[in-house]
Design a binder for this molecule. Sequence first.
Ligand SMILES: NC(=O)C1=CN([C@@H]2O[C@H](COP(=O)(O)OP(=O)(O)OC[C@H]3O[C@@H](n4cnc5c(N)ncnc54)[C@H](OP(=O)(O)O)[C@@H]3O)[C@@H](O)[C@H]2O)C=CC1
Ligand SMILES: CC(C)CCC[C@@H](C)[C@H]1CC=C2C3=C(CC[C@@]21C)[C@@]1(C)CC[C@H](O)C[C@@H]1CC3
Length: 358
Amino acid sequence: RPQREGTLPPYRVPLCLQVAEGLELKDKSRLRYPINGGARLVLTALLVGLAVSAGLPLGALPEMLVPLAFAATLTALIFSFLLYLKALGVPPSALAPGGTSGNPIYDFFLGRELNPRICSFDFKYFCELRPGLIGWGCWVLINLALLIQEAELRGSPSLAMWLVNGFQLLYVGDALWHEEAVLTTMDITHDGFGFMLAFGDLAWVPFTYSLQAQFLLHHPQPLGLPMASAICLINALGYYIFRRANSQKNTFRKNPSDPRVAGLETIPTATGRQLLLLVSGWWGMVRHPNYLGDLIMALAWSLPCGVSHLLPYFYFLYFTALLVHREARDEQQCLQKYGLAWQEYCRRVPYRILPYVY
Ligand SMILES: NC(=O)C1=CN([C@@H]2O[C@H](COP(=O)(O)OP(=O)(O)OC[C@H]3O[C@@H](n4cnc5c(N)ncnc54)[C@H](OP(=O)(O)O)[C@@H]3O)[C@@H](O)[C@H]2O)C=CC1
Ligand SMILES: CC(C)CCC[C@@H](C)[C@H]1CC=C2C3=C(CC[C@@]21C)[C@@]1(C)CC[C@H](O)C[C@@H]1CC3
């Protein structure tokens, strides 16, 4: 459903196309984005179901992971090279804040153009949630193929494999269901589209985020019901914190007078009424409660693989480093944007991610 210029969609219609507006750009315009991730996920699931029932040997996919990862990396490299060339012809207002250092290698890596588009097709927005999450050779499809291969190999999928598949499907489903929230992430609003994001979206996410399921295929893990229940509780806790914190901020940013957030304490900023900072609720507990929830989930994804090997914990370790670095980048941007108000927020909410620790 196309929306009027200058408004965000007032409601969500499951499986139907909506259009949302991004944040204001340097030239005061706003780009429009189709919101149909949930519908695309369901459609892909139906197509995969049909293809498997028609005899598609999905269980053979795990044998092809290395060549597929190589092909995805090569595609990302060529794609980012084309993006770099495209960015040479755009006006300065279309460039990303970080992608204009003048060092071609650095700019190629971080990306020069903020929102590369051909007509209304937005490459960065498309790649952020589609190819790696629900496209062919994507994360959940690789997980499913590994589950099918385990069933073929051992008679039925293990409980550990079910847990890893279930947890990660919930995460991908959530990202697509709340697709509009991606419009306010720093990848969309601040970073250019270069090799880092192209490689991350096309190759890194599907092939490294499925490492736990890949590990389980070759290292079956006995998992009793009490331990499985405890791991489910950890994942549920992480998801609850992650979802509630993200939704609270998104609701507040869309409409600070929304009854769900209107009672929360805020700090005014010099940037205007729409840009108050929350200082109570989830965002009064730590400065990045959503990262905390995400990290708790990352731990729950690794635990079904036991503790005998470090490989399944790769995601948790990499993700901790990514979020600590991301938090530092966000901190810098917020300090620049909000100045004294941000300093006051940091004074009132001293911990970044983990209360009383960090
Ligand atoms: N699985 C994965 O690989 C990854 C997952 N993620 C997840 O994606 C989600 C989005 O993360 P990300 O884009 O990094 O950042 P956030 O969603 O945390 O957004 C940070 C922004 O929120 C606003 N903000 C910060 N503090 C407050 C406050 N107190 N009150 C109101 N607004 C505030 C500021 O923007 P402004 O004021 O301009 O609105 C700030 O720049 C997270 O849940 C993260 O865990 C992220 C990266 C990788
Ligand atoms: C070492 C790599 C080259 C670094 C690549 C980083 C990317 C994998 C991530 C940067 C931000 C991401 C986000 C997501 C997935 C991973 C990347 C692309 C989400 C789409 C995951 C689901 C969340 O609900 C939203 C995330 C937004 C940011």
